[in-house]
Design a binder for this molecule. Structure first.
Ligand code: ATP
Ligand code: MN
Length: 466
């Protein structure tokens, strides 16, 4: 018998079809007229489908009347027009079989609403809730948009390493990767570790960014992007940081910072457009049930149709200094802007996405292109209301002598980066790129407040459960 997804069965075009629906029970109601309504969901859509179970089913008394939330069933029958509110269709079941029971005294996802914090403790079951089902579908849609956006423009998807031995990118604290046994090392109280005994013969780490490797491919193939897991051992317990997150990093040869800003802006707009177009029902759900002002869809639509502000760091500092706003961290030229400053600019002052650029060279990594003022580098951050920084990027320094002097100034070992310097030694070209944190994008699109709730199994300080 043909399987029908709940999503398809909910559509009027399925009326008259006979087939099999399979999923997990959300609710069961018994009518006085001697039959039961069973609502099931199978993950294919936000909405459930109602199955009418007549009392003459052979297992009606023995099984159907014992069904509770979380039980898994298969139902065969015909899809009919429904008289019920909020649904166009329902199934008239001719046969229902039960795959698995869920003891109502133990199953955690009963009808009552649980807090997001509580649901994190049941991260293995939370995808069965409306909220987490919707997050999973929107996250999937965004991943698909990411690939489509770049593929349509001829970018090559490349896979950069996850284990890296150059302690390089300077983007954050790294997790070390080793096969040496920590407990034995501790027992023997070894003071001077010899990495000759470690797997890679030298210290190795989990990558904090695929950028440097992506640059090598951009400087050969033109337009590339990498999209994979990245790791940062920052001990920051915020609602915007994970220890393991996914990052999309396009890198383009012959691009300068303006091209880079154009790419970032059109990229974000594409993601938002696709989410609204392809996940309509889930986006309605976020708008009504998650967003505090219930204006999420309107805000996203407005952003798609607006030009992002492009503002040099120096002007941003002037705006902040003359804002009359009290900040925990005082503002002056040269500081690394804090989240409170970024949020002020994008949420209060401009009330739309802002691309800040040309940051002081003292707060940015060695690989960013130096401006003629000798004080700033061609860095950019894209800030959005509610989330703050969603993208960080730059035009890269492609002049070998400047790169080397920047590395010296930051006390980096030039020898370590010999291959990175080679890109500047042989056929160097201007190039630029950025990184978008996938989870920050999902947060923005869904208005989910905490980043731990937009990834299936969050890794944060003290938490690697599941
Ligand atoms: P932040 O200042 O917010 O800590 P960052 O400047 O360290 O971020 P970048 O190195 O510029 O971040 O990384 C590029 C993008 O990756 C960021 O704009 C953000 O979207 C995302 N990102 C960075 N760190 C994290 C993290 N710990 N968890 C989730 N996403 C992150
Ligand atoms: Mn950044």
């Amino acid at each position: 018998m043909e399987k029908i997804s709940v999503k398809n069965a909910r559509d009027e075009s399925s009326i008259g079809k006979t087939g099999k629906l399979q999923g997990w029970v959300r609710t069961r109601r018994d009518s006085k007229a001697g039959f039961s309504f069973i609502e099931i969901n199978d993950g294919s859509s936000q909405g459930n489908i109602q199955i009418i179970a007549p009392a003459d089913l052979e297992n009606y008394e023995s099984e159907i009347k014992r069904l509770t939330a979380g039980c898994s069933i298969s139902a065969e029958g015909e899809i009919k027009e429904s008289g019920g509110r909020g649904q166009k269709t329902e199934m008239q079941a001719a046969q229902i079989s039960v795959h698995g029971w869920a003891d109502p005294d133990e199953y955690p996802l009963q009808k009552k609403r649980h807090s997001m914090e509580k649901l994190r403790e049941w991260a293995h079951l939370r995808p069965r809730t409306n909220t987490f089902g919707a997050v999973a579908r929107v996250r999937n849609c965004i991943c698909n948009s990411i690939h489509q956006f770049y593929q349509e423009q001829g970018f090559l998807y490349i896979n950069t390493p996850i284990i890296t031995a150059s302690d390089c990118e300077g983007a954050g604290e790294m997790f070390q990767v080793t096969t040496m046994k920590m407990d034995q090392i501790a027992k023997q109280q070894i003071e001077n570790l010899n990495y000759k005994f470690d797997f890679f013969d030298k210290p190795a780490y989990l990558t904090v960014s695929g950028q440097l490797a992506a640059e090598t491919y951009a400087c050969a193939l033109g337009k590339v992007y990498t999209f994979g897991p990245t790791f940062r051992a920052e001990n920051s317990n915020t609602s915007r940081h994970l220890a393991e997150f996914w990052m999309v990093e396009p890198e383009v040869a012959f691009n300068d910072l303006d091209d880079n800003m154009d790419l970032a802006e059109s990229f974000l707009k594409r993601i938002f457009t696709d989410a609204l177009e392809k996940c309509g029902q889930d986006m309605e759900f976020f708008n009504e049930r998650i967003d505090q002002e219930k204006t999420l869809i309107k805000r996203l639509e407005a952003i798609i149709n607006t030009e992002f502000v492009r503002l040099p760091y120096t002007e941003a500092v002037e705006i902040l200094e003359s804002s009359g706003q009290k900040f925990d961290f005082p503002v002056k030229w040269g500081i690394d802007l804090q989240s409170e400053h970024e949020r002020f600019l994008t949420e209060k002052h401009f009330e739309k996405p802002v691309i800040l650029f040309d940051y002081p060279n003292t707060i940015k990594p060695f690989y960013m292109y130096c401006n003629d003022d000798d004080k700033t580098v061609r860095a950019m951050d894209v800030l959005v209301p509610g989330v703050g920084e969603i993208i960080g990027g730059s035009q890269r320094e492609h002049r070998l002598d400047v790169l080397e002097s920047r590395m010296k100034a930051q006390d980096l070992d030039i020898e370590e980066y010999w291959w990175y310097a080679d890109l500047r030694r042989y056929g160097t070209v201007p190039h630029a790129g950025f990184g978008l944190g996938l989870e920050r994008a999902v947060q923005f699109v869904t208005s989910i407040g905490n980043i731990r709730d937009v990834i299936p199994f969050p890794r944060t300080p003290g938490n690697a459960e599941f």
